[in-house]
Design a protein around this ligand. Structure first.
Ligand SMILES: *Cc1c(COP(=O)(O)O)cnc(C)c1O
Length: 242
């Protein structure tokens, strides 16, 4: 696991520089280390290096890692496609969900959130480009946000997006700006929308410039995925749109 500490300090330097350049305080920005397809010992190494927020895309892969880190005060963020039949372990085991797209799933997560746990923090995934890809259209975000805000066991936190592949730097910056403006629109309508989850290894500086508060970073911290003895992700094909 050598390398994680060095990688992380390089990521922190890049984040600090981007924040300073944008006139922002780097403390407003949380690094979510996306540990999908990385083994539990890599997550432990990242924890020892100071990270406390971890992102996972597959429930079955995440749970053993959570168990391995159970005594530690790590916060787990679900950043994958939510399958209708996997909401219970998400509601029970995660603190954050970045990828909500449907009100029915929101209601289920609220119903299944354990009473002893604080409300599940939820971000709505917005798609500002290709409508066939994951995420709600910007026009649908307000209704879904209002629905989340009204559910007792969910806490509306914000919006999340993944830009389409292949955008140049300028188009990526413009894309992130659009999500930030959508957040402003929702806040003008009276909703509390404190977070913007945007930016990955290749574009997190641009996301920070546009106002990201959560950056989801995998390979820049852990290296390439699946190069160590990593668990095999569960199948995600087909049935997720229940
Ligand atoms: C895998 C993944 C990331 C991390 O991507 P990197 O390019 O490795 O930093 C971030 N967000 C989501 C939703 C992911 O699935």
């Amino acid at each position: 696991m050598t390398g994680i500490t060095e990688h992380l300090s390089a990521v922190r330097d890049r984040a600090r520089e981007a924040a300073e350049h944008a006139g922002r305080n780097v403390d407003e920005i949380t690094i979510v280390a996306v540990s999908k397809q990385q083994p539990a010992d890599a997550v432990q190494a990242a924890y020892r290096a100071g990270l406390r927020h971890f992102g996972e895309s597959y429930v079955q892969e995440a749970v053993p890692k959570m168990d391995a880190l159970r005594p530690l005060d790590a916060a787990w963020h679900f950043v994958g496609r939510i399958q209708g039949n996997k909401t219970r372990p998400i509601a029970e085991r995660f603190q954050w969900v970045h990828t909500l797209e449907r009100e029915r799933i929101a209601r289920r997560l609220s119903d299944q959130r354990p009473f002893h746990a604080p409300p599940l923090k939820v971000l709505i995934q917005v798609n500002l480009g290709d409508p066939r890809k994951a995420g709600v259209a910007p026009e649908e975000a307000a209704d879904l946000a209002a629905a989340v805000a009204s559910l007792p066991r969910l806490e509306l936190r914000g919006l999340m997006t993944i830009p389409p592949a292949g955008l140049d730097e300028r188009a990526t910056a413009a894309y992130f700006d659009r999500l930030a403006r959508l957040r402003g629109t929702l806040e003008d309508s009276g909703l509390s929308v404190p977070d913007l989850s945007m930016g990955m290894s290749g574009d997190f500086e641009a996301a920070i410039a546009a106002g990201a508060t959560l950056v989801r970073i995998g390979t820049s911290i852990f290296g390439e995925r699946g190069t160590r003895s990593s668990p095999v992700p569960e199948q995600t094909g087909g049935g997720e749109r229940t």
